[in-house]
Write a new protein. Structure first.
Length: 197
């Protein structure tokens, strides 16, 4: 993505919520590139709808920790009770084909001058040091790093590089509303949405 007329949508942390996708569907038709920063699954029950919609309509998709836990035999003892229960439920609902599709998703994407990931080792990236760690992972010529996981909006600039977390399309945390981000040229806008819980 250059500093030109390309319109980009960045969203994250859907957590199997159809209602959240209905809010964003019209936006997908108006952008040139759509990016999803992981956590398609977890908490919500609209598993089939969300998997089908995102895989069919979004250009660049990375694997989140909730997908990884759902498609692997990862031990869940260290997870919060809500996460553990949701993951066990999701594991039971996924078809072999869905597991195969999710397994094919990368944990990182480099596309043009973009770097996309969900997090670094499942960590919550919230401060200047965390954002600069993301910058260190960016290859030469990469201008933007997009991530998710925290459900919190971030816009951090460092040495001509931009680190962005669009927040969660389903539920914000720590005072943030649910949201997504739009980029058009040098303009970066967070679009806040009304709560759905």
């Amino acid at each position: 993505m250059s500093k030109c007329a390309k319109r980009v949508l960045v969203f994250s942390d859907l957590h199997a919520n159809k209602r959240a996708l209905l809010d964003i569907a019209p936006v997908l038709k108006k952008v040139d590139l759509s990016i999803f920063c992981g956590d398609l699954l977890g908490y919500g029950n609209d598993i089939d709808y969300c998997i089908n919609f995102v895989l069919e309509n979004v250009d660049l998709i990375v694997l989140g920790d909730h997908e990884r836990m759902a498609i692997t035999h990862e031990n869940l003892d260290g997870q919060l009770p809500e996460v553990r229960a949701s993951t066990i439920y999701t594991r039971c609902k996924l078809s072999p084909k869905q597991k195969e599709l999710l397994l094919s998703l990368p944990t990182e994407i480099w596309h043009e001058n973009l770097y996309i990931t969900h997090s670094i080792n499942d960590e919550y990236l919230r401060n200047k040091e965390d954002f600069e760690r993301l910058c260190e992972k960016m290859r030469g010529g990469t201008r933007y790093a997009f991530f998710g996981h925290t459900h919190e909006q971030v816009l951090y600039r460092h040495n001509e590089r931009i680190v962005l977390n669009p927040g969660s399309i389903t539920k914000g945390r720590r005072g943030f509303p649910r949201s997504y981000a739009l980029i058009h040229g040098d303009n970066i806008e967070f679009v806040n949405l009304e709560g759905i819980f």
